[in-house]
Design a protein around this ligand. Structure first.
Ligand code: ADP
Length: 422
């Protein structure tokens, strides 16, 4: 199998989100954490490389992305997708524009599109202005983001300082006239030298039209949603053969560990729901961890029946989090919890756990690193944007799900186990 679409995402949970949407097609999707150090041996039809480049210095983000591009080309990809956040998280320096321009230069591509719309999640674009629900981006909570505050809602104005070539718009009036009209508009803009085209989309149908018009572009850029129609389009036109490898769901031993390091509102509810079911649970306290280390948690874990899917959690309400952070510092408290949950993940695996459920974006990064996981095959979706994945850790086949902050329903931890049982 050679790769049909090579995708590069600027952060890990964004990569999971994109991989999950592509996997809805049933075709095999593989996610790599960072650029693999080895040449591709068994590439999937859809390969997604997760970088950590969203807020990295521009030169670093460009270099990492180009090295991902090289790997994807070696995997056989001739079409590429650059995935960033649906709220266009960036600053006047980048990294969305500079990375896109570097990819275009390397690929010899004259034009690309920018479509961060994700209507199912309330992100829509009209006349080049991005909305979060009913609010313009610059009036949404994104205006106060600590690293990438979004103070303008107009994507053309946001993009212009980030790129050297001309920026334009294909608006909803054009998109609503169908793929041919959009294709003609893109060609007309190209003839005027417009290299960067923001494309309006307010509904899923718009995304299908855009994907159809742009499926043969060497480079497309956007949020995850505009890529979702691509597998079906590639299957329909034979770009992807009907016998392309399907996503597999290997049988995985049912011994399970649940690890939660997220303190988001939804995760607090999920932990409360799970503990109310009488499941064995151990609460980590950052202050006592700082004093006594992780041994007490590890001793507790060693005694557990993993068939009961025990939970180890640091999840706490905002007051407790603040108290821990005041004593240990924000980074200090985070690190101590992440290190403990990572040690618990490794110990649980060594005790026979083969299903690992993790809550928390940063926590997921720490746990995958500790488990030595660098490649994941995407499986069934548990909640929108949160799939089960299959990987290997220390030679063992493992089912792993990584849930960031507010994703999933209140019953997520049991939902995840039930999805795998079917
Ligand atoms: P989310 O996806 O909800 O943002 P993350 O795992 O990305 O979750 O971030 C949560 C951070 O908070 C992690 O660094 C974690 O180690 C830290 N943390 C977890 N529990 C506590 C706690 N009780 N006190 C202080 N920090 C905590």
């Amino acid at each position: 199998m050679t790769t049909v679409l090579g995708c590069i995402a600027d952060d890990f949970t964004g990569a999971t989100d994109l991989a999950g949407l592509l996997a809805r097609s049933g075709v095999r999707v593989s996610l790599r954490i960072g650029v693999p150090s080895e040449a591709p041996t068994d590439p999937a039809a859809f390969e997604v490389i997760a970088l950590k480049s969203r807020t990295a210095p521009v030169a670093e983000a460009v270099a990492e992305t180009l090295s991902a591009l090289t790997w994807l080309r070696e995997a056989g990809a001739r079409r590429f997708f650059w995935k960033y956040c649906s709220t266009f998280d960036s600053t006047a320096e980048g990294n969305i524009g500079p990375v896109a321009e570097a990819l275009m230069a390397e690929l010899g591509s004259e034009q690309t599109i920018y479509c961060p719309a994700f209507p199912e999640n309330g992100r829509s674009i009209f006349m080049g202005n991005l909305f979060v629900g009913r609010q313009p981006l610059a009036e949404s909570p994104m205006k106060d983001h600590p690293l990438t505050p979004m103070r303008d809602s107009n994507l053309m104005r946001l993009l212009e300082p980030q790129v050297t070539r001309a920026v334009g718009l294909a608006d909803r009036l054009t998109v609503s006239r169908g793929p041919q009209a959009l294709r003609a508009e893109l060609d007309a803009l190209k003839a005027q030298g417009v290299a960067h085209v923001v494309v309006d989309a307010v509904a899923n149908e718009d995304l299908t039209i855009i994907a159809e018009a742009c499926r043969d572009m060497t480079l497309m850029t956007g949020g995850s949603a505009v890529a979702m129609p691509l597998p079906a389009l590639y299957l329909a036109d034979g770009t992807l053969s009907a016998d392309a490898p399907k996503a597999e769901a290997p049988r995985i031993d049912a011994r399970t560990i649940v690890l939660s390091g997220s303190c988001s509102a939804m995760t607090n509810k999920q932990v409360a729901d799970y503990t109310s079911r009488g499941v064995p649970a151990f609460q980590l306290d950052p202050l006592s961890l700082a004093e006594n280390g992780p041994q007490k948690a590890l001793d507790w874990l060693a005694k557990q029946d993993l068939e009961k899917a025990p939970l180890i959690y640091a999840t706490a309400n905002p007051e407790s989090v603040r108290a821990a952070q005041e004593r240990l510092g924000v980074a200090g408290a985070g690190e101590i919890v992440e290190a403990t949950l990572s040690a618990c993940a490794v110990a649980a695996r060594d005790n026979g756990a083969r299903r690992v459920i993790v809550a928390g974006g940063e926590t997921s990064g720490a746990v995958t690193k500790a488990l030595g996981v660098t490649q994941l095959d995407i499986g069934i979706e548990i909640a929108p944007g949160v799939p089960w994945t299959y990987c290997r850790s220390d030679g063992h086949p493992i089912a792993l799900t990584l849930k960031s902050g507010n994703f999933g329903a209140e019953t997520f931890f049991t939902d995840a186990q039930e999805r795998l049982a079917t």
